[in-house]
Ligand binder design. Sequence first.
Ligand SMILES: CC(C)(COP(=O)(O)OP(=O)(O)OC[C@H]1O[C@@H](n2cnc3c(N)ncnc32)[C@H](O)[C@@H]1OP(=O)(O)O)[C@@H](O)C(=O)NCCC(=O)NCCS
Length: 453
Amino acid sequence: MATQPTSKPQPFEEFCRETFNPKKEFAKPEVLKGYRVLSCTQYILGPSCASYLAELGAEVIKIEAPRRGEAMRHTTPFNEPFLYPLSKWVPERGTGLGFLGANPNEYFVSIDFHRPEGQALVKKLAAKSDVFVENYRPGTFDRWGIGYRQLKEINPRLIYCWLGGFGGWGPGRVRASYDILGQSQGGNFGMTGKQEFLGGAPAKHTIWLADYWGGMMGATQVLAALYWRDHVSGEGTFTEYSQVHGVTRQLEYALPLYGKHGITRERWGNWDTQLCVHGIIKCGKSSYPQSENPQEMEEGYVLISAYADKDFARLCKAIGDTTLAGKYAKADIRVKPEGQMEIYPALEKWAADKTKEQVAAIMDANSIINQPVWNAKEVANNPHWNERGALRWLDDPTYGELLHQAPAYKMSATPPRLKWALKPVGADNDYIFGKLAGLTPDDIKRLEDQECI
Ligand SMILES: CC(C)(COP(=O)(O)OP(=O)(O)OC[C@H]1O[C@@H](n2cnc3c(N)ncnc32)[C@H](O)[C@@H]1OP(=O)(O)O)[C@@H](O)C(=O)NCCC(=O)NCCS
């Protein structure tokens, strides 16, 4: 039998490049198109939850206090009025940079939740929505008459996602919570930071990790509840997410270790309690000696991972150290504190006359996993992440040219996408209230004049 000529299969890299091409995102459908989400959210925890759904194509309507908007617009600096206008009613104020990244792709309306007419408007919107997200103190919306119990009477299919600090019940429930508090009470800061003998103390993360992670957990809850409603029960759900509990959920083995052995996991800084070498070392030479940025003029840092015995042997060879190679050939000896306290300083001594790039090149040449610690400038200029569309120069309708991060995952048939970064408070009052609440331009003008919207 004659054999058919076989065509060469497309290389996997080419398959991925074509399948996930960022330039073709807008030609494909959006997976959550047709779902409507009301986002009565503030700061980062609630907003990020809603914005993850907006990245997937849901119509997300952010509702803020009239004129001033939500607190996050005022909490961080760089709120130049001409760059990031707050609202047409408050032209002398801008929106702080902290707001960026947490509210993309959304429509922006304003409602005063205290006023009966405002509450009636929320109910009208909720009647036509699938999801309601809020992150106020427990029971705030219930007190205003627009919480889950009231809204489900109007729309039994509504999924109500409440994100808070400590949950809706229990003795610790009423306090205010922020990312930093969540990480502190949840147990994270108790083991983050430099070691005691290196003069360390608990360290906070620079980014709002508990907020953005919590937002993602909230979005996961919403997707599960939509599945439950649309494929199983036909009914809505009330979901609760506690920011503090969310941090505790991430504590890895710290709780089992304490529970079984009574051992409290301690801070171990840029090293690792389970693996050695698996940490960050200092390189004595700056990569940017001419920079005017003092932090860049400092020495650099690089991550090295060579915890398997054979990798550690190669690392010792690469740095020309036979003593360490012999003394710490075995992982269980290396990982002990005394071992780490000798190995990491030896690595830093070797790297004292090198930049992080020079160290990385030597590690690469010896097949040792490594990565220079990059700053935002280095990430922004990285060709790999640029080609993959992880970063985008947006031609934002409100703010013009803007560098922005894009969704961190890809979907072949229904890619998530970035449309715009943010808008001023109440920018979509006409569009949304006209479309969903049947308000005329005169109604809208009257309510805006009264600061009800
Ligand atoms: C963030 C937090 C500390 C703010 O606390 P707070 O402002 O004291 O209390 P609430 O969030 O319940 O907000 C109530 C106030 O919001 C104001 N408000 C905000 N938007 C409003 C609007 N559109 N209309 C009317 N009032 C509004 C009112 O002044 C209201 O005051 P009132 O209680 O007198 O009616 C609190 O909401 C919280 O702990 N949230 C859960 C955790 C969280 O998400 N933290 C932020 C992320 S780090």
